[in-house]
Design a protein around this ligand. Sequence first.
Ligand code: DON
Length: 575
Amino acid sequence: MMALRFPRRRVGVSALTFVLILGSLATPASAAHPGAAQGTGGAVSSAAPAATAAGLEILRAGGNAADAAVATALALAVVHPQAGNLGGGGFAVVRFGNEVATLDFRETAPAAATPDMFLDRKGEPRPEASLVGPLAAGVPGSPAGLAELHAKRGRLPWAAVVAPALRLARNGFVVTRRLEAALTAEAPLLARFPETASVWLPGGRPPAAGEVLRLPELAATLEAYAAKGAPAITEGPLAAAVELASRRHGGVLRAADLTAYTPVWRLPVRFSAFGWEVASMPLPSAGGIVLGQTCGMLERLGWAAKPRFGADRAHLLAEAWRRAYADRFLLGDPRTSLASAHQLLAPSWLELRAGEIKPLRATPSDRVRSWSRDETSESGETTHLSVLDGEGNAVALTTTLNGSFGCGLLVPGVGFLLNNEMDDFATAPGRPNLYGLVQGEANAVAPGKRMLSSMSPTVAWRGSEVVVLGSPGGSRIPTATAQVLLNLIVDGDELQAAVDRPRLHHQWRPDALLAEPEALAPETASALVSRGHELRIVDQLGEVSAVRRSAGGEVGAAQDPRGPGAAGVVRPDVD
Ligand code: DON
C-alpha cells in the first residue's frame, strides 16, 4: 500500500453557506473522507481559496456553473497572477444538460510572427527569446474567451460575475504563502521589467504572506471589462497600452492582434472508457487525445484487472503514454496538424498500439514511431478550476500564462502580465520546450496559429454521476488527469483519495518514467527497472482540482494536497 508524503491535517471549515476545504489541509487518503466537501447546491475547486470563494459566492447568488467558472477564473487573475490571467489563454469543457462543448480561448501567434522568429542568423535558438519578454507572448485569449463563456452559457448579469474579482483587486486580498514564494522564486524575471517590479516587487521585494495587497490598475481594467466586456481590453486605450509595452521591449504583439482575436467553440474529444463517457479538450490541445489513447490502450490490455499498486499497471501506463506522446509529435493547430483525434483514437490504431506493448519489457522510445497513415488502414504555472452547479451542469477550465508569471512583462496602465505561450510552439528543430517536449513541424510558428497545448480540462459521466477535473503541469497534465480519472472510474476511489494518490508520468522523450516519491514501493520500482524503465523520482506531478456529483445529486469537491488551493460546496439546506 502506498503511503502519502504530503503533510496534512484535518480542518473542518464550514460557513453558513458553504464549506471550503483547503488543499494543503486535506484529510489523509487513509482516513474516511469528510475532507472532500459535500453538498447539493454546487461545487468549486481551484488553486486559490479566494478564487474558490468567488465561485461559491456566485453559485449562492443563483449563478450557474458557467457564471461561477468565469468568476473563479477572474479571481485567479487577481490573487494567483503566476497563472490566473487576462493576458493569457485557456480551454473550457462545458457540459450543460446532455450537451457538451469546448471553448478554445488559447493564444494565437501574432500577425507578425514567423517560423524562425526565435532563431538567430545562424539558425541557432536565441536564448530566452520564446520565454522572456513580449516576443514570447501569444495574443491573449482570456478577455474574449471568458466573456464568450458567460455570453453563451451564463445566467447572471456580466457585471455581477466580474464583481468578486474586481472587489479583490480594488479592496485588496491577503497575500498567500504560495504567492510570496512564487514571487520570490521569479523575482529575477520580474525585476527585469520595471513595469512589473513596481507592482509585484514594491520596494524591490515581494509582498509578504499575510499582507493585504491592492491592485488599482488591474481593478480599473476589470471595472472597464465589467462595463463593456472584452472590447474594453481588446480595443481602444488598453489594447494600445499592450502594443506600447510590447514595442518597448522588442515584441511583435500589436493592438490589432488583440482586436482580431476570436475564441472558438469546438467539438470535444469524446470516448467511452470503463463504462463512463468522457469529453476532453480537442486540438489545439493534445490533452484529450493523450487521455483517450491512454484509456483505449489500457482497456485493451486488461489494465483494470491487474493488481492495483503492482509493476504491471505502472508498466502498462508508461508504455501507453510513451506511445501517446510519440503521436503527439504530429499534432498542432487543427489547421496544420498532421494527425487528428479521429485517426489517433481509431479502434484499429489503438489495437495496433496496444499490441506492440510487451508485458514484461519497456520499449525504448527510439523504437516507438509516431502514427503514420500507412500503418492504420499521438515549472512553471497553469491553473485549473472545476465547477458543478446544483443542476449538474459542469465546467472544467484550465488557463495559463505558460511559465510562472508568463513572459514577466506587466502592461503598465492595464495591470496584467503577458504570457510566454509562444514557447509551446516548436520554436527550433529538435529543441525541447520548457516542459522537455520535442515537437514537430505541425506545431511550427505561423501567424494566427494556435500553439499546441497539453491542457486537458475533462468532464466524465455515467448516468447522472458527473466528474469534472483537470490540472496544471505542462506535459504532465494529461497523465495526471488520466490517473485521477482512472482512480475514480476503475478503482472507485473517493474523490479526495483519487486526487491524493501519488502519480507517475512518461512522455516518450526523454525516455524516463517519472514517479512521485511515494508512488512506487521499492519492489515495484526494482521490477520496473528490470523491465527496462529508467526511473526518475520527482517532487510533484500536477495539481488536480476535481468536483463530482453522485447518482443521488450530492456534490463533492477536492483540491490537491500538492498545492494550497481550496475546494468548496454550496449547501442550500444550510443557507
Ligand atoms: O498549454 C500548455 O500545455 C502549457 N502552456 C501549460 C503550462 C503549464 O501547465 C504550466 N504549469 N504548471
